[in-house]
Write a protein that binds this ligand. Structure first.
Ligand code: SAM
Length: 260
């Protein structure tokens, strides 16, 4: 049997072509792959036919497994089967709990490796023409979680709203009203905002407006999670990439739950 090993691998934001060569090599060499809901299942085609594929994601608010169970499964499979790949959406170190899983495995003297991924936080705006920084428009950007561990709005959003930075909010759809209030109270009712659901995939949905109009747009367009919220003048500085989609013929599927 191989040496027990865990590789935490970034699967990118959804488009299966937005994956690194190093990630593909790791997937090919895996004995077991534990994958999340935001992983495009097309990437599992790279796996060896003998690899065990386990869905451990969250669907419609229900977890297939809790984090403790996932940690235990990683260790048990690594010790029993060899190379475990933990395939996670975007970049595993950006709101992905990748570090926790690596630390847990290290406590059991399991060899570990990390393959960064293309994060939705930058790739989704980019794929839809929004540059997070642009000369004379934005000098920096914040990436913030909308919902903290205690289910509250992150206090960093109020700090970011005071700045001139572009603001990218992940996991923020349930907090949209609160986010709108924070920006409005900073006198930013007319600031442009974009919401992109299922970005980089053929199921993408986009709503663009201002802080004062976005809630109506979300309702009209029925936008929901997984989505990214982008706030700032860069939204109006977007490049029209619509031709790129007409040419694209990629199969985009998010994973279907496969329970053990
Ligand atoms: C738990 S976080 C994981 C982020 C991931 N580690 C990354 O780097 O992209 C999940 C959130 O990322 C955002 N997200 C991930 N993929 C997305 C996509 N294709 N389109 C829009 N938002 C996405 C959503 O806000 C979603 O709720």
């Amino acid at each position: 049997m191989e040496t027990p090993k865990l590789t935490v691998v970034g699967a990118g934001p959804g488009d299966p072509d937005l994956i690194t060569l190093k990630a593909v090599k790791a997937i090919k060499s895996a004995d077991v792959i534990l994958y999340d809901a935001l992983v495009n299942v097309k990437l599992l085609d790279y796996a060896s036919e003998n690899a065990e594929l386990i869905f451990v994601g969250k669907r419609v608010g229900c977890y297939a497994f809790h984090q403790d169970q996932i940690n235990e499964m990683i260790v048990e499979r690594a010790l029993r089967c060899g190379h475990v790949v933990r395939l996670k959406g975007g970049d595993p170190f950006i709101f992905g709990r990748g570090a926790e899983e690596l630390e847990y495995a290290k406590d059991y003297a399991i060899e570990v490796a990390m393959v960064p991924g293309i994060s939705s936080s930058s790739a989704v705006p980019a794929y839809h023409g929004i540059p997070l920084t642009k000369r004379n428009i934005s000098e920096s950007f914040w990436v913030i979680t909308g919902t903290t561990k205690s289910h509250e709005l992150s206090k960093d959003i109020a700090l970011a709203a005071k700045s001139t930075a572009s603001v990218v909010i992940l996991m923020g759809m349930k907090k949209l009203s609160e986010i709108v209030q924070v920006f409005s109270s900073e006198g930013k009712s007319e600031t442009p905002i974009a919401i992109i659901q299922n970005g980089t995939t053929s199921q993408k949905k986009i709503g663009i407006g201002t802080i004062s109009t976005i809630e109506t747009i979300v309702e009209e367009k029925q936008l929901s999670s997984p989505a990214i919220i982008i706030i700032g003048e860069v939204v109006n500085a977007r490049v029209d990439l619509s031709g790129m989609y007409e040419k694209a013929n990629n199969v985009n599927r998010f994973s279907e739950p496969v329970f053990l």
